[in-house]
Design a protein around this ligand. Structure first.
Ligand SMILES: [Zn+2]
Length: 191
């Protein structure tokens, strides 16, 4: 798989697309999947696992305890996520918040939703002013990750600002960070 792969509302994945090697990252019981299917653990592609682990370890040295809330999601799983949200908030609102099956980059195994632990309390209620969020915003690119749905770029990404959603893209993360681009803008400019 091309780690720079662009997945969005215009560029969707096939139903049977799945990354080859997935690794359970964090064996936390409080992860996002408990809402939909508690047997699912947070997994990411083995290709990006070392970079995530290094980022997590370095953050911890500064007392920033980040943990994967949600990583890989299959097409079928994304259907469940989407349907659950539609039930809760209706179709019109759901479409802005959660990707339709095939349009979620969580299906690549290269995307992670971050949660964190502070004073032994696990939280997935991630805000833009949180210490953890700020640390990630300023450091994630060093490990090949980008903030995928930034504030002020909603019309380009098609998603609302998500301070918790990071995506591994490898070397190009530095350019994207320094030039304040989205992955869509990177493609338009450089690919
Ligand atoms: Zn996400």
């Amino acid at each position: 798989m091309d780690i720079k792969i662009l997945v969005n509302k215009e560029h969707s994945l096939e139903k049977d697309f799945a990354p080859e090697n997935l690794i359970i990252t964090d064996n936390n019981e409080s992860n996002f999947h408990k809402y939909i299917d508690s047997s699912v653990k947070p997994m990411i592609s083995s290709e990006i696992y070392p970079y995530f682990k290094k980022m997590q370890e370095d953050a911890l040295k500064e007392n920033i305890h980040i943990i994967v809330d949600s990583g890989y999601r299959s097409y079928e799983y994304q259907e469940k996520v989407y349907e659950a949200l539609v039930k809760k908030i209706g179709n019109e609102s759901a479409i802005k918040k959660v990707a339709l099956p095939g349009c979620s980059e969580h299906q690549t195994g290269l995307a992670i939703d971050i949660a964190y632990i502070r004073n032994n309390v696990y939280t997935d209620d991630v805000g833009e002013d949180d210490l953890e969020t700020k640390w990630l915003f300023n450091n994630a690119y060093k490990y090949g990750f980008i903030l995928r749905y930034p504030k002020g770029k909603e019309n380009i990404t098609g998603f609302m600002f998500e301070p918790w959603h990071y995506r591994y893209v490898g070397d190009i993360a530095k350019i994207i960070y320094e030039e304040n681009l989205t992955l869509e803008e990177y493609y338009e400019k450089y690919v």
